[in-house]
Ligand binder design. Structure first.
Ligand SMILES: Nc1ncnc2c1ncn2[C@@H]1O[C@H](COP(=O)(O)OP(=O)(O)O)[C@@H](O)[C@H]1O
Ligand SMILES: [Mg+2]
Length: 379
């Protein structure tokens, strides 16, 4: 089986748990692969023309014209305070907007917004593809709202460099939270109590239930601890819809006998479902798979597949050889194990839907609220 293209590696230079160099497959591979069904929304209607200059211009123009005054921001309204984080594609800033602390996500570029606010933006050289991804994220975020998704506040489209403004999540991402606790307790491994894990899994699952259950379902495709952010009360919200895509509707009009799905490797290897790695047709169940692995991370305090070493591509190679490695369930709270195993089931159809997972987790939440889970207390 041919290896999927690995055009860019995401690397973070701020507070990243350094052992992991994340990989994302080429957006182009994903785009080409997902055109199995008829595009069902205006979001995907332009995707075929993404790669052309004209397509990009059209997307920007369309977003600008549909942007209501309620979310279109002017760059002058934002006061950038400091850089919070940097990935290979984005720079994330803490800023103030009319007195409120917010986060500004912008395409990573050679210049620093903080030190160079007054400069002409046309001097910057944003990567066009990455800018497209950010525009797509803005388009998604502006089109819906849910309490378990990081709140979208607006976007600047009046500059060369698009900027997405969201609420500030002061406790940062889940990876960072675990890292801080490992440091705090001077321990190689840290994990929270079961009720916390169940609460976080429930919130993530509610977000998926919303995204997957929309009339036009949306698949996140990049669920991982780095994209789960924490409020000051340690509530989790799902972020980073940059590579989320609408799922083609099943049915006769899709011309594929009611099957639905996308193909093409995209996302991050460690949390990527085997069918995505293998470039097979996939559905929203890739998010359920990722949530299974995230629950492993939350419950065990260990990276999934840590036993394979630090190179996440080893997982990919194992899948391509037809193997189905999975994390060790015994690392985790006992009551969570059957739910996790079901979520990362080899057969995507056998994985529960977000709604099914939600009711299972809710039951666990009820269990955990009493002291009825004696075996887990020792976990
Ligand atoms: N609203 C936010 N509040 C606090 N930190 C954030 C926020 N948004 C992003 N971050 C930080 O920036 C990182 C990268 O943001 P993300 O949107 O995932 O960018 P990318 O699409 O480049 O992966 C996150 O993992 C998190 O650490
Ligand atoms: Mg991210």
């Amino acid at each position: 089986m041919p290896m999927p293209p690995i055009p860019w590696k995401y690397q973070r230079w701020s507070h990243e748990a350094t052992e992991e160099a994340e990989s994302n497959a080429d957006a182009e591979a994903g785009e080409a692969g997902e055109a199995d069904g008829e595009p069902v929304t205006n979001v995907s209607s332009l995707s075929s023309s993404w790669s052309t200059e004209e397509g990009r211009r059209l997307r920007r123009k369309k977003l600008s014209t549909t942007a209501s005054e309620s979310w279109k921001l002017s760059r002058k309204e934002l006061c950038i305070k400091k850089e919070l984080s940097r990935t290979l594609k984005s720079t994330i800033y803490l800023a103030t907007w009319k007195g409120t602390e917010v986060v500004v996500k912008s395409v990573k570029c050679a210049q620093n917004l903080h030190s160079d606010l007054a400069h002409e933006e046309s001097e910057m050289m944003p990567n066009d593809k990455i800018a497209e991804e950010l525009l797509m994220e803005i388009e998604h975020l502006a089109s819906f709202r849910h309490p378990d998704l990081v709140m979208f506040l607006g976007a600047c489209l009046d500059s060369t460099l698009p900027m997405c403004v969201t609420e500030y999540m002061p406790m940062g991402d889940m990876e960072r939270y675990y890292q801080l606790n490992r440091q705090k307790y001077d321990s190689a491994c840290w994990r929270p109590k079961l009720s916390q894990v169940v609460g976080w899994a429930l919130a993530t699952c509610r977000a998926l239930s919303f995204l997957h259950g929309r009339e036009i379902p949306l698949v996140h495709r990049d669920l991982k601890p780095l994209n789960l952010l924490l409020t000051k009360y340690l509530e989790v919200k799902v972020a980073d819809l940059g590579i989320a895509r609408v799922l083609a509707r099943a049915g006769p009009e899709s011309g594929d006998c009611g099957q639905k799905g996308m193909t093409g490797g995209i996302g991050t290897w460690r949390y990527m479902a085997p069918e995505v790695v293998r470039h097979q047709k996939y559905t929203e169940k890739v998010d359920i798979y990722a949530l299974g692995l995230i629950m492993y991370f939350m419950s065990s305090g260990k990276q999934p597949f840590h036993q394979l070493g630090i190179d996440p591509e080893k997982i990919l190679q194992a899948y391509l050889k037809g193997n189905e490695p999975r994390p060790l369930l015994t690392d985790c709270h006992q009551v969570l194990r059957p739910t996790m195993a079901q979520a990362w089931h080899e057969s995507a159809q056998a994985r529960p839907s977000a709604d099914e997972l939600l009711s299972e987790l809710s039951e666990l939440g009820n269990l955990d609220s009493g002291a009825k889970c004696a075996p887990c207390l020792t976990m």
